[in-house]
Ligand binder design. Sequence first.
Ligand SMILES: *[C@@H]1O[C@H](CO)[C@@H](O)[C@H](O)[C@H]1NC(C)=O
Ligand SMILES: *[C@@H]1O[C@H](CO)[C@@H](O)[C@H](O)[C@H]1NC(C)=O
Ligand SMILES: *[C@@H]1O[C@H](CO)[C@@H](O)[C@H](O)[C@H]1NC(C)=O
Ligand SMILES: *[C@@H]1O[C@H](CO)[C@@H](O)[C@H](O)[C@H]1NC(C)=O
Ligand SMILES: *[C@@H]1O[C@H](CO)[C@@H](O)[C@H](O)[C@H]1NC(C)=O
Ligand SMILES: *[C@@H]1O[C@H](CO)[C@@H](O)[C@H](O)[C@H]1NC(C)=O
Length: 480
Amino acid sequence: MTLFRFQLYPILLLLLPLLFKPILAFPLHKIPRLTANYKEAFISRNPNNDNSPPTISKDYKKYFYTQTLDHFNYGPQSYATFKQKYVVNAKYWGGGKSNAPILAYLGEESPLDVDLDFIGFLPDNAPYFNALSVYIEHRFYGESIPFGSSDEAMNNSTTRGYFNSAQALADYAEVLLHVKEKFSAHYSPIIVIGGSYGGMLASWFRLKYPHIALGAMASSAPILYFDNITPQNGYYSVVTNDFKEVSKSCYQTIRKSPLKNSSKLKDFLDSMYSTAAQYNHPPKYPVTMVCGGVDGAPKGTDIIGRIFAGVVSYIGNYTCYDMDMYNQPTSETSVGWSWQTCSEMVMPIGRGENDTMFPALPFDLQQFIEDCKSSYGVPPRPHWVTTYYGGHDIKLILNRFGSNIIFSNGLRDPYSSAGVLEDLSESIVAITTHNGSHCLDLHPVRKTDPEWLVMQRNIELTIIEGWITKYYADLHALKK
Ligand SMILES: *[C@@H]1O[C@H](CO)[C@@H](O)[C@H](O)[C@H]1NC(C)=O
Ligand SMILES: *[C@@H]1O[C@H](CO)[C@@H](O)[C@H](O)[C@H]1NC(C)=O
Ligand SMILES: *[C@@H]1O[C@H](CO)[C@@H](O)[C@H](O)[C@H]1NC(C)=O
Ligand SMILES: *[C@@H]1O[C@H](CO)[C@@H](O)[C@H](O)[C@H]1NC(C)=O
Ligand SMILES: *[C@@H]1O[C@H](CO)[C@@H](O)[C@H](O)[C@H]1NC(C)=O
Ligand SMILES: *[C@@H]1O[C@H](CO)[C@@H](O)[C@H](O)[C@H]1NC(C)=O
């Protein structure tokens, strides 16, 4: 942990060039974290945050499914198993006899417990649908780790090979069929729900497993940030626009401020601006908080002083700031996600000169491949996601294949630059909100929710209800 003493900040300004030598062996090209979970991305390291464990009521029952290690091969090792965690809340369920629906949350790149704490979409809507709520943990995270321990599983190139999205989707398929069996819910329609990487998984699950999921709700899923479908600078352009839209002077100050050389401080500020934009949630709106500090500094304050005021306004007034707050390379989530981005989830995110408020940092695929090879011993496959799931010409393709997917995006979320922002067909629809942020619609309903967020959720519910109604009509007609 590197503590940067802002207390000494006037002296430090003079010393900056000495203290922050360029880090030559900067490990990997930095790809902003995904995750639906604001807490995971930021608050967990904020000294302001209470790190209390999630409060999950007794209605949530935890189970373990004996999962197949390798769904796609028939070698002896493929038949190994591990325990995969899933959690069920049956409190509002109408029962299998009435074919009441199942809302299934597909875990993302974090322990399930962390998500259980903040995903509001299921508990808020299960009563309305009389639905069974099911949450499934992603393999290699939390308590769903093969080979005994995370160290064992992650520190061995053979075992890491089983850590990929296709295996994860197959896991979800098995667990959901198992749950249907267990709850005698053979004809219950399943709606899969996910946010961020989990949102990508939800949309892909509907495309790959239409016989299991009736529909998918994919919140803030940047399924187009692969294979250069989206321009590299999409992400940082949105961050830049967010700041510009809140305050031109704030944007100008930040634009003029960036430290030229790679340093912890520069990296910290990069992450702070990006995180503020990505999770620019009401009621506080972090971008507005940062800019409030930057613009509100006393007259005559220099640029670095204004930037510091922005840090204080957003993060708080402390004597020390942890420059690694956004950089937790040893956390389980970061370890897992690093592997995923270095194997399959290669998102070419970068920026050129003068095309954002940040200094240039182009994505260099060759360098990225080399870095991944030296970290993991195997090169990434940057074209695999589009080969396996598609993405190119998505409207042309999905207009005539697939149905029942909601792609929701808040346009303030930098990852919305790679989201599906227009309807692809009658039932593959895009729902966007001008002022929305990353996965905001999945968060619990709050009294302070702005009208546009309330409306967004209502539209989503109406669409899902339409899918279910139509399904029941078909089921009724066919079973006669
Ligand atoms: C920035 O890096 C360049 C080249 O690596 C070096 O010449 C220069 O002194 C550095 N400047 C600071 C402020 O560290
Ligand atoms: C991983 O393996 C390397 C040697 O291959 C070893 O140095 C390192 O300590 C191991 N890390 C863990 C977390 O087990
Ligand atoms: C990696 O894990 C496999 C499966 O558990 C094991 O057979 C193999 O010996 C391990 N390799 C190393 C280098 O530890
Ligand atoms: C931060 O706290 C210190 C000490 O309490 C105070 O002197 C200073 O004015 C505060 N700074 C800001 C920007 O609020
Ligand atoms: C970027 O902006 C600077 C300052 O306005 C200018 O000197 C430089 O030529 C620009 N670079 C490009 C590639 O446009
Ligand atoms: C978005 O937020 C801004 C304030 O930051 C407000 O002026 C604007 O009306 C909002 N737009 C919508 C569509 O709600």
